[in-house]
Design a protein around this ligand. Structure first.
Ligand code: NDP
Ligand code: MG
Length: 382
């Protein structure tokens, strides 16, 4: 098992749960990072005594340096700081749980430094899939999924004899707060409505991505890269209770599923302890308490983000980076009250069709596609 870990985005929803897991497993912490939430980061530094703490925001980093001057933790800042944290000697694994494309360079740097990766930051794989997977192979490191659906598939795959016998991946989706609603009913939904997720408690960006189903679209792309599967062999089924976290189907039509409480500490812990399992703080599953599990087809017409992501992975090249970049801006604009909910799907779809698509040969190509998509949305909203 991993002995020492660095956690990027340690102050977020996944980051704090990862530290909960680390505490119970008695892991050493090499580096912790935040964007600007120095109050939580300070508590974490005092408890876990990492060698490095990164505050992405430069101004806040200056104050933070003074705040924790009595500790032995070195404070870094900006992208350089994130990269130093992700490549620091001593860590066997880097858990990347920052939100957004900002995680791409730290993930690539960690891989190139020979670190195993526990990946929550799905935007990294969506935008830079080919580059990331090539780097994983070239550096012979392991990348373990933290996203619950991908962890479920990975867990099911432990029961697979030969990849040739795998027919299909079945991603489950809760359907979010707006399942079953028509476009007309979604016209005037508020931020409060969209943040009201039925089963999971998560950061704001992914909660909105779940309401728009962009999250499931990103997860199709993520699964396609992680498990080397074309999008036409990745299906989505809406499963309202979020008890089955995903499934795999074999050539003989037998299906394996992974079940558990909707609690991210199980997939986080499995990514860290693979292939072993340890006790966890998660409540055991009592199926008689749940009694019903329900399944429905997703609505690709109303939830335009889902169709845009399927199209993007089919198009290949920079198209996934474009839908991701467009969504990062549109999601933020919706949270800032600048656009309406349905405009997220419209803007992502428009960006996919109108932003120039190219082959991805380098990180710069990914960054360029991302920037162009962001600019497209900014200009379109005006
Ligand atoms: P949160 O918003 O709760 O946390 C994000 C973390 O990243 C925080 O530590 C934040 O710091 C830091 N951060 C944010 N922006 C930047 C930036 N520009 N530069 C550096 N650091 C930054 O997100 P979640 O924990 O919910 O999600 C993290 C990732 O995991 C996302 O990619 C998400 O899709 C994925 N994921 C999350 C799940 C969940 O249950 N939450 C489930 C599956 C996947 P600060 O606190 O200072 O702002
Ligand atoms: Mg997920």
């Amino acid at each position: 098992m991993v002995n020492t870990i660095s956690i990027l985005g340690s102050t977020g929803s996944i980051g704090t749960q990862a530290l909960d897991v680390a505490r119970k497993l008695n892991l050493n912490i090499c580096a912790l990072t935040a964007h600007s939430n120095t109050d939580i980061l300070e508590q974490q530094v005092r408890e876990f005594k990492p060698s490095f703490a990164v505050v992405f925001c430069e101004d806040k980093a200056k104050d933070f340096r003074l705040k924790i001057a009595d500790t032995n933790t070195k404070v870094l800042s900006g992208m350089d700081g994130l990269i130093q944290a992700s490549t620091a000697d001593g860590a066997d694994m880097v858990l990347n749980s920052v939100v957004g494309m900002v995680g791409l360079l730290p993930t690539l740097s960690a891989i190139n430094a020979g670190k195993d990766i526990a990946l929550a930051n799905k935007e990294t794989l969506v935008a830079g899939g080919q580059l990331v997977m090539n780097a994983v192979e070239a550096n012979r490191v392991n990348m373990y999924p933290v996203d619950s659906e991908h962890s479920a598939i990975f867990q099911c795959m432990q029961g697979m004899n030969d990849k040739k016998e795998l027919k299909r991946l079945i991603l489950t989706a809760s359907g979010g707060p707006f399942f079953g609603k028509t476009a007309d009913e979604l016209k005037d939904v508020t931020l409060k409505d969209a943040l009201n997720h039925p089963n999971w408690s998560m950061g704001a960006k992914i909660t909105i991505d779940s309401a728009s189903m962009m999250n499931k679209g990103l997860e199709i792309i993520e699964a396609s890269w992680l498990f080397d599967m074309p999008q036409d062999r990745i299906d989505v089924v809406v499963h309202r209770e979020s008890i089955i976290h995903s499934m795999i189907e074999f050539t003989d039509n037998s299906v394996l599923a992974q079940l558990g409480q909707p609690d991210m500490r199980i997939p986080i812990q499995y990514a860290i302890t693979y292939p072993n399992r340890y006790e966890s703080p998660v409540k055991p599953l009592d199926l008689t308490e749940i009694s019903n599990l329900s399944f429905y087809k997703p609505d690709y017409k109303t939830f335009k983000c889902l169709s845009a992501c399927k199209k993007a992975i089919e198009m290949g090249g920079s198209a996934p980076a474009i839908v991701n970049g467009a969504n990062e801006v549109a999601n933020r604009m919706f949270r800032d009250g600048k656009i309406k909910f349905l405009e997220i799907g419209e803007l992502v779809t428009e960006a996919l069709h109108n932003v120039e698509k190219k082959e991805i040969k380098s990180v710069d190509d990914v960054l360029f596609a991302d920037k162009s998509a962001r600019q497209y949305v900014i200009d379109a909203v005006g």
